[in-house]
Design a protein around this ligand. Structure first.
Ligand SMILES: C[S@@+](CC[C@H](N)C(=O)[O-])C[C@H]1O[C@@H](n2cnc3c(N)ncnc32)[C@H](O)[C@@H]1O
Ligand code: SF4
Length: 385
């Protein structure tokens, strides 16, 4: 079997609302105490998609990702309207992956059948922990039993399912995490995202952490948890294909692979980013973050883009390295040479190889080793010299 390494063309749609703000989260998410005007947002998505279509030209869409925020707060009709708008602008591939991020409260699980009928064929559930004490610590609105119910329902309704867990929580021992991970693998279908808890600036956890209210595993302890994660998932047939993402071979997220393989994607919605070729040049788009301000901009001018840039050849090559080396499959050296117009620095390459941070795959590819992944920014800085 040959490996399909084509980067694809994706569409990302950002739904920026959440029922409550989790204390660790710095994503573009907003809580509204009045009902959100979903028709207004669906119309604004359709307008911005049409503007993007004029910029990207015709393409076959290989994946769509409704992310957030909490897209499972969207009514199924809103999801249907967004998917229809995408189909009006580009061809959607017959086997396109269409993912919706869902929070596993019982209210949201009730909408699963509607999402499936609208065309969603994969859900990514934010389970985060499999014990109620840690779910409360993480400020989550669901219990373990609700999460398990949502997993069961999603397995019945959707052809594909992934769920997220956050580990390296305060006081979490390798034994406790190992047991929880084994349990999670038992519920998993073919994909898991496993993130180490990070303390992000501007979040409630940032203030609490810096006030000494809790500690998280760091240094050797965090590295042990990461190593245990890699070992257990590999042994159970869900090896890491990216730093935090694990799948049975063939069940990787097509949409995320498009980012990491440096494909093209359009981003619509508040705060969304896009990267695509316009007149042969890779450009970056960045939308206004505040939801209602974004909608107002779209209504006035057809899009909510407030920032962006045209990437130079060397910036493109650096991004390609940074994204591609996150993947177990590594990067295609010929594509690097084509993007950058040069070969990788031989001197630095052999030193990184000697240090065990990168390794060749045959003659044509290069990957970061597990040790290299931990210090990826520094590895890329050396390689790009
Ligand atoms: C932005 S959320 C969106 C999904 C959905 N709203 C939810 O909460 O499940 C995407 C994922 O990022 C992860 N995440 C967000 N902030 C994080 C942090 N500070 N540390 C580790 N993981 C984090 C969580 O696992 C979460 O499921
Ligand atoms: S983690 Fe998810 S639910 Fe919580 S605030 Fe962030 S986007 Fe919203």
């Amino acid at each position: 079997m040959t490996l399909d390494l084509s980067p694809g063309f994706g569409v990302y749609v950002h739904w920026p609302f959440c029922a409550a703000k989790c204390p660790y989260c710095d994503f573009n998410s907003h809580v509204r105490h009045q009902p959100v005007d979903q028709e207004r947002f669906a119309a604004a998505f359709a307008t911005e998609l049409a503007t993007m279509r004029r910029r990207t030209g015709a393409h076959e869409v290989t994946s769509i990702f409704l992310g957030g925020g909490t897209p499972s707060l969207m009514r199924p009709e809103t999801v249907g309207a967004v998917l229809d708008a995408i189909a009006q602008n580009w061809t959607i591939a017959a086997d396109a992956e269409i993912t919706l991020e869902a929070n596993p409260t019982s209210v949201e699980a009730e909408r699963f059948r509607g999402y499936r009928a609208a065309g969603v064929n994969r859900v990514s559930l934010g389970v985060q922990a499999l014990n109620d004490k840690d779910l409360r610590f993480l400020g989550r609105m669901h219990s373990v039993s609700e999460a398990l119910h949502a997993i069961g329902l999603a397995r019945e309704i959707f052809p594909r399912l992934s769920f997220d867990l956050i580990y390296a929580r305060p006081g979490q021992t390798p034994e406790a995490w190992t047991a929880e991970l084994e349990q999670a693998i038992g519920y998993a279908v073919d994909h898991l995202s496993l993130y180490q808890l990070t303390i992000e600036e501007g979040t409630r956890f940032h203030a609490l952490y810096h006030a000494g209210k809790f500690q998280i595993p760091d240094g050797d302890h965090a590295a042990d948890l990461y190593a245990a994660t890699q070992e257990i998932t590999a042994a159970r047939g869900l090896p890491a294909y990216e730093i935090s993402n694990h799948a049975r071979p063939g069940a990787e997220s097509r949409h995320n692979l498009t980012y990491w393989r440096y494909g093209e994607y359009v981003g619509v919605g508040p705060g969304a980013h896009g990267r695509f070729l316009e007149d042969g040049t890779r450009i970056v788009t960045i939308a206004e973050k505040h939801p209602e301000t974004w909608a107002g901009l779209v209504e006035a001018q057809g899009h909510g883009i407030v920032d962006g840039e045209v990437l130079s050849r060397s910036e493109e090559a650096d991004e390609f390295l940074l994204m591609g080396l996150r993947l177990a499959e590594g990067i295609d050296l010929a594509r690097y040479e084509m993007l950058s117009g040069k070969t990788l620095s031989g001197r630095y390459l052999s030193r990184l190889q000697q240090d065990g941070l990168v390794a060749p795959i045959g003659n044509s590819r290069l990957r970061a080793t597990p040790q290299g992944m931990i210090v990826l920014d520094a590895v890329v800085a050396d390689l790009a010299r």
